[in-house]
Design a protein around this ligand. Structure first.
Ligand code: MG
Length: 386
């Protein structure tokens, strides 16, 4: 029986993690969790999971209320609370937080030699070097909860010799049929209609800009240790092939299944120690019901920034992520047009100088400076367009 701390229990991945745990009650027990603003979900989670000892909420003002309602449970709040609840007896931390806030808990869990199932890809984008350092020095383990990386891990577990390339598949997001001119006037509501996956708002916008794929290339680099040139992207309309490996002899090994995040979640929870299947093929044309297209970097220029982050490392991942977080937030609030998301990211990546091998404090500092820079950029733009 694994004792689990679930960070981000009320979001899309968190909810599906609870689904998987409910189906395997003799293997997993929830001992602690966090929720953001959706505190009303606490009671329904506690109905199903009776051994919860600690809960972290976002907002300090609600703390005394919850302490009164559930006197046998310890309540914490804020970013510090996320660290406290994983120390309550948990063997495994499922990190389903969104954004930079997920880095510190990832590092903390690994420093405490826990098993981390990571859906928070931003932790690796921002702090991949730090995360790998902690993994190397300690006994902690890390498993991806991201369909592409789960697929690649499966393929590499079957055969990791003579790999020529790992290839991430991409749906292309909500606007895959539009050219760049047509992207000028799209709205958040349009962007939130993802063609194949049902996900949270931030990641759905990240799919529409394809920055999600840039993040995933960086994530793949830190998880599997391949250089930028050995990580490819193929557009695939149906999201049935979740990624694949190409070997030196031309053989492909693929992970094929219906798009359902509960599959990668289950694999991570079981540390990939359950039966799974991969398929082999000589060419993608063998799958003639499905559509694959070559990735066009000119259509999605933001993806090219993954190269800079991987090759120059330092704080570029933090700048990349923070500028995007601010821009996506502003776009969702109808403050800026869609194409300005990438404009802000490019400007921020250009503006700041790199710091090699940063520690956590240096990363946190550049994160907040980038947020200020991006917010100011938006303010100035809005003034000139008022
Ligand atoms: Mg993914």
């Amino acid at each position: 029986m694994k004792k689990i701390c679930l960070l981000g229990a009320s979001g899309s991945i968190g909810t599906q993690t609870l689904d998987v745990m409910r189906k395997h009650p003799s293997d997993f027990d929830l001992v602690s969790f966090s929720v953001g603003k959706q505190t009303r979900k606490i009671s329904s989670i506690l109905k199903h999971f009776k051994n919860v000892k600690a809960i972290c909420i976002k907002d300090k003002s609600k703390l005394s209320y919850y302490k009164k309602v559930y006197p046998s449970i310890s309540f914490y709040y804020g970013d510090e609370g996320l660290l406290k609840i994983m120390e309550v007896d948990a063997d495994m931390v499922v990190n389903a937080l969104v954004g930079f806030v997920g880095l510190k808990p990832t590092l903390h869990a690994l420093e405490k030699n826990k098993i981390v199932c990571l859906a928070n890809k931003e932790a690796l984008v921002v702090g991949g070097e730090l995360v790998n350092k902690v993994l190397k020095e300690g006994e902690g383990k890390l498993y991806p909860i991201d369909s592409e990386h789960s697929a690649i891990k499966k393929c590499l577990l079957v055969d990791d010799k003579n790999v020529s390339k790992i290839v991430l598949t991409a749906s292309g997001g909500a606007f895959r049929k539009l050219n760049r001119e047509q992207l000028k006037d799209v709205t958040p509501e349009d962007a939130l209609k993802h063609p194949t996956w049902k996900m949270g708002n931030k990641i759905t916008i990240d799919c529409a800009t394809m920055i999600n794929k840039a993040f995933e290339v960086i994530e793949a680099h830190y998880l599997f240790n391949y250089p930028y040139e050995k990580i490819g992207i193929t557009l695939h309309d149906e999201s049935m092939v979740h990624s694949y490996v190409i070997y030196n002899d031309g053989l492909l090994r693929l992970d094929v299944s219906k798009p359902d995040m509960r599959n990668p979640i289950k694999l991570a929870l079981y540390e990939f120690n359950i039966n799974f299947e991969t398929k082999t093929a000589r060419s993608l044309e063998q799958f003639d019901k499905w559509h694959f297209h070559e990735f066009n970097p000119g259509r999605y220029p933001i993806v090219s920034l993954a190269k800079k982050v991987i090759e120059e490392k330092g704080v570029y991942g933090a700048i990349f992520n923070a500028s995007n977080e601010v821009a996506v937030h502003a776009f969702l609030n109808h403050e800026i047009p869609f194409l300005m998301i990438e404009e802000i990211v490019f400007k921020a990546m250009d503006y700041f100088k790199n710091i090699k091998h940063p520690n956590y404090e240096e990363i946190a500092e550049i994160d907040s400076k980038t947020r200020q820079f991006s917010t100011k950029y938006i303010e100035n733009w809005r003034k000139s367009h008022a």
